[in-house]
Design a protein around this ligand. Structure first.
Ligand code: FMN
Length: 348
């Protein structure tokens, strides 16, 4: 299936938009580890239109992140059009993505995100305004509906296609489900069947095997991973191995994992202006990188207290030097690793 921007992979792997997670440093890292396409976190059309400094900082990306989509949200077609025009002119990403999936109260209250799913005429107006305002391809990301009564991903996706989107990502849960229950992959398959444009499957991919299973079961044109990338950006390389019929490369050893975490931290240092705030924000990633390690709880206790990146290096070195204290630091507890990356989310 042809994507509306150049991407070489047969089945492109997307790093999902994630507020507070899929920022420029993590996007770069995931691109280095096999992600083919990345998307910014959702950014408000109003913030963009007003050229809010923090919002514009979140749009900025480097050439190594391409192909990249900038995701915008809002329920006012005029504001959405203006935001799309501004992003296209100033940042020139490969595509503009519209968020119709965010379930967070303060967003849906104003009909943003999945709030729009209650009114499909509004969805089409928003898409129409964005398509008219930019020469870039426009894509969107939806949930299966507002609630169980309004659950109808095929009709929603068809309306989006008719309004002019060139690809569509489906997270097959309703807004009221938030993150409960399971993503219904059969709805992805149904949307793939019904549409002429590429459909990107998303939801509940925790392992490389899950991604391959989703692709086989739904025939989606691309696979999008959100929480399954937490602390394991190499999941993309592993999916690539399996899709190419190769044996999946093993997860990195503990020293390699720490080296990747530090490479991530260096990218964050280069990107953020407030080193202390950035180190504190980075604690969540440190927690994810240390999931499943022997003595992980003790390690995390130390990592959750850091206020500078320098401390992280010391804590990792100490952990490796004292490996025997934990039995064998180079072994992972498989059970914890398999479930560790999935956490309940309170965002989109
Ligand atoms: C912390 C967090 C932030 C998110 N932020 C966004 C966002 O900004 N835009 C969006 O479209 N989806 C957002 N999502 C939803 C994810 O992109 C994805 O649809 C959802 O997590 C299901 O995929 P998963 O099972 O692979 O995590 C977010 C999810 C999480 C966990």
């Amino acid at each position: 299936m042809k994507f509306p921007f150049p991407v070489s992979a047969d089945v492109p792997l997307y790093l999902a938009p994630m507020a507070g997670v899929s920022e420029s440093p993590f996007r770069q890292l995931c691109r280095e580890h096999g992600a083919d396409v990345v998307v910014t976190e959702f950014l408000s059309a109003e913030g963009i239109r007003r050229e809010n400094e923090a919002t514009l900082h979140k749009i900025a990306f480097g050439p190594e992140e391409r192909p990249i989509g900038v995701q915008i949200f809002g329920a006012d077609p005029i504001a959405m059009g203006e935001a799309a025009r501004f992003v296209s002119d100033v940042f020139q990403p490969e595509f503009i993505d519209i968020n119709f999936g965010c379930p967070v109260k303060k967003v849906v209250r104003r009909n943003g995100g999945s709030g729009c799913l209650r009114d499909l005429d509004l969805v089409q107006q928003v898409i129409g305004a964005v398509v008219a305002a930019t020469s870039l391809p426009v894509t969107c990301k939806i949930r299966s509906g507002w609630n169980e009564e309004m659950r109808d991903p095929v009709s929603i996706a068809l309306r989006c296609q008719d309004a002019g989107v060139r690809a569509i990502a489906l997270h097959p849960r309703t807004r009221t489900q938030m993150y409960t229950g399971s993503a219904r992959w059969e709805e992805i398959a149904a949307v793939v069947q019904a549409l002429d444009i590429p459909v990107i499957g998303n939801g509940d991919i925790r392992t490389a095997e899950d991604a391959v299973r989703m692709h086989a079961q739904t025939k989606c044109a691309a696979v999008m991973i959100a929480r399954g990338s937490y602390g394991q950006p190499w999941i993309f390389d592993q999916v690539k191995d399996l899709l190419a019929g190769r044996t999946k490369r093993p997860a990195p050893s503990v020293p390699e994992r720490f080296a990747i975490a530090l490479a991530h931290a260096r990218k964050v240092m280069a990107y953020e202006n407030d080193p202390r705030g950035a180190a504190i924000e980075f604690r969540k990633h440190l927690g994810w990188y240390s999931k499943g390690l022997h003595g992980g709880a003790e390690l995390r206790k130390r990592l959750y207290a850091v206020t500078s990146f320098g401390e992280v290096e010391g804590i990792f070195a100490d952990y490796l030097a004292n490996a025997e204290r934990y039995g064998n630091a180079h072994l992972l507890d498989d059970g914890e690793e398999a479930t560790g990356a999935m956490v309940e989310a309170d965002a989109a």
